[in-house]
Design a binder for this molecule. Structure first.
Ligand SMILES: NC(=O)c1ccc[n+]([C@@H]2O[C@H](COP(=O)([O-])OP(=O)(O)OC[C@H]3O[C@@H](n4cnc5c(N)ncnc54)[C@H](OP(=O)(O)O)[C@@H]3O)[C@@H](O)[C@H]2O)c1
Length: 354
């Protein structure tokens, strides 16, 4: 291999995750040669700024992958399913942020703080990025697992609307403008009547002045795809096929940053002091846990930051082997673009340095 900076394609550069990826590419140490921006043919010719320079968006075709070493896929799953193998067949290492390949046994699911070695085991030339809820959770829980041995997780999420992409954000903003200054929220169905079914956007119910206990698609037996993803992905990343996981995923009227309350049960008794020590030094985690002083993470404080923030750490009153915690992580940064960028940078490090 000749020594040169690897070239990069960002597929989905115009989307919610794509926008954050362009910021990260401008903020992180620049390991890339050419960076090519790609989106649907609708966006071809649009100009976006990356690394301080304007760049023209290309419509997705086979040709955009010519000479590309690493291709980031930040597009809907059906687009990844069709085009990621095309990019891989052209020699690019694909890092895919969609659900298309996460459960494929021949595609590693990578969180650099937890299973960095997995990135090199990619027989299909594709590496998958976990779901944003899994990512906000796994960095903290994985650190505790390494010491205490995780046996069970019970998770309730408070998910931001940007988890449903730019349409989710647009729907919340539209709904908020419709309910602002009204007395709505005091009678059954009054918000739904004003917001109307057509204003729900990607959500199954109004999300302004409300919470919506359904995220993703129907995964059977009453579970949503988001809830199944947390279970399947935690098992795969931690290498614990028998891990017991129950999740309930709920959208809340927050723009960005997912929060979760977590009940984590371990093999042995746990001590809060030791859990604090582990979390205070775990890579990618900030411990923020003095509730008496008002110090606990909230999405409005955490949004725009990289780490998973953890607070409200306490031992279960009725189970000395279990901890309760509250975690917050920006779903657009660590929950998506940042983790993809970290994986991509580790792949870039495989190339000989110029
Ligand atoms: N939002 C999150 O918190 C989050 C977290 C983790 C993972 N993800 C996953 O990341 C992916 C992107 O999510 P997002 O929130 O950024 O979505 P988004 O805001 O809706 O953006 C979608 C992007 O995909 C492009 N695209 C759509 N159809 C295309 C096609 N046929 N060919 C080429 N490009 C196409 C769009 O280009 P145009 O602008 O040209 O339409 C746009 O750049 C999804 O798979 C999502 O599930 C999202």
């Amino acid at each position: 291999m000749t020594a040169r900076r690897p070239s990069l394609a960002v597929v989905g550069a115009t989307g919610a995750i794509g926008g954050v990826m362009l910021q990260i590419l401008s903020q992180h140490a620049d390991v890339w040669g050419e960076v090519r921006l790609v989106a649907s043919p609708r966006s071809a010719g649009r100009k976006l700024v990356v690394r301080g320079e304007e760049s023209e968006v290309l419509g997705l075709t086979e040709d955009v992958f010519e000479g590309v070493d690493v291709a980031l896929f930040l597009v809907p799953a059906e687009v990844s399913a069709q085009w990621a193998p095309v990019a891989a067949s052209k020699g690019a290492v694909v890092i895919d942020d969609s659900a298309a390949f996460r459960t494929d046994d021949d595609v590693p699911l990578v969180v650099p703080e937890i299973n960095p070695h997995a990135v090199r085991m990619r027989p299909r030339g594709i590496v998958a990025n976990p779901n944003c809820t899994t990512l906000a959770l796994i960095v903290a829980v994985g650190a505790l697992h390494a010491e205490f041995g995780l046996r069970e997780l019970v998770v309730s999420s408070y998910q931001a609307v940007s988890g449903a992409g730019r349409d989710g954000v647009a729907a919340l903003r539209e709904q908020l403008s419709m309910v602002a200054g009204t007395e709505l929220g005091t009678k059954p169905g009054d918000v739904r009547r004003v917001v109307g079914d057509t204003q729900g956007g990607p959500f199954a119910a109004p999300v302004a002045l409300n919470v919506v206990p359904w995220a993703g698609t129907d995964a059977g037996d009453g579970w949503s795809s988001e809830e199944r993803a947390i279970r399947d992905e935690c098992r795969k990343i931690l290498g614990l096929p028998g891990l017991r996981v129950s999740a309930t995923c709920v959208y809340v009227p927050v723009v960005a940053t997912h929060s979760m309350s977590v009940h984590a049960r371990f093999e042995n008794e746990v001590a809060v002091d030791r859990a604090h020590e582990i979390l205070a030094t775990a890579p990618g985690v900030v411990l923020y846990d003095s509730p008496g002083a008002g110090d606990f993470p909230t999405p409005s404080d955490v949004v725009g930051t990289d780490p998973t923030w953890v607070g409200r750490v306490r031992r279960s009153l009725d189970d000395p082997q279990a901890l309760e915690l509250f975690v917050c992580g920006d779903n657009l940064r660590k929950g998506a673009a940042l983790n993809v960028a970290q994986i991509a940078e580790s792949v870039a490090a495989e190339f000989p340095r110029p």
